[in-house]
Design a binder for this molecule. Structure first.
Ligand code: FE2
Ligand code: FE2
Length: 202
């Protein structure tokens, strides 16, 4: 009899383990959706500001990054919903300053995502074994590292008045948000293998 009690108890523990929610990853996906949606709206506003200040190439970069962040937000949302969860409403909050300050703010934001936020989210998703979230976080993580480098170059160009050397066009992968300039665009997306002819031209 004791043996059956033990077996029933062990099965309950096992079932509880199987059905327990990946609490950390759910929280991280929500924070990621909020962060990416805010970044997308912020960069769109920064692009408008750059246009009014005559920084056309920098405006293009902000537009491309804005598109990429909206794809990351959509991917995180799909991952969240696949866990049976819903995203609550929120309003993106940000400030628009001069283009130089906006670039500095963008560099800070991307640095945080690339060095702190996504590495932690990825570690949690691995621990909680949420493959869909891990994939979505990885695509965003790898893209933010590229955005960081684009923004740093743009700030140097702005400060040295060599903005004309920056790209006039960007290509954004509609599946993973990977962002390319003309010099680095490849036939297939380096992150998700999507064909170049599907890329969004900015
Ligand atoms: Fe980014
Ligand atoms: Fe891609």
């Amino acid at each position: 009899m004791k043996k059956y009690f033990f077996l029933a108890f062990a099965s309950l523990i096992f079932l509880a383990g199987c059905t327990s929610k990946p609490v950390k990853t759910i929280e991280n996906l929500k924070a990621g959706i909020k962060g990416e949606t805010t970044a997308s709206a912020k960069y769109a506003a920064f692009a408008e500001k750059a246009k009014t200040e005559g920084h056309d190439t920098i405006a293009k970069l902000f537009e491309a990054a804005s598109k990429a962040e909206s794809i990351h937000a959509a991917n995180h949302l799909k991952a969240l919903e696949s866990l049976g969860e819903k995203m609550e409403d929120f309003k993106p909050q940000f400030e628009v300053k001069t283009t130089k300050e906006n670039l500095q703010a963008a560099i800070e934001g991307e640095s945080y995502e690339a060095t702190t936020m996504y590495p932690q989210f990825l570690a949690d998703a691995k621990t909680e074994k949420v493959a869909k979230a891990e994939k979505s976080f990885n695509w965003a993580f790898d893209t933010e590292k590229k955005h960081l480098s684009f923004y740093k170059n743009a700030l140097v160009a702005l400060e040295s008045k060599t903005e004309r050397t920056l790209a006039y066009n960007y290509f954004v992968c509609p599946v993973c948000g990977n962002t390319y300039d003309k010099a680095t665009v490849s036939e297939k997306c380096a992150f998700c293998n999507t064909s170049k002819n599907k890329f969004i031209t900015i």
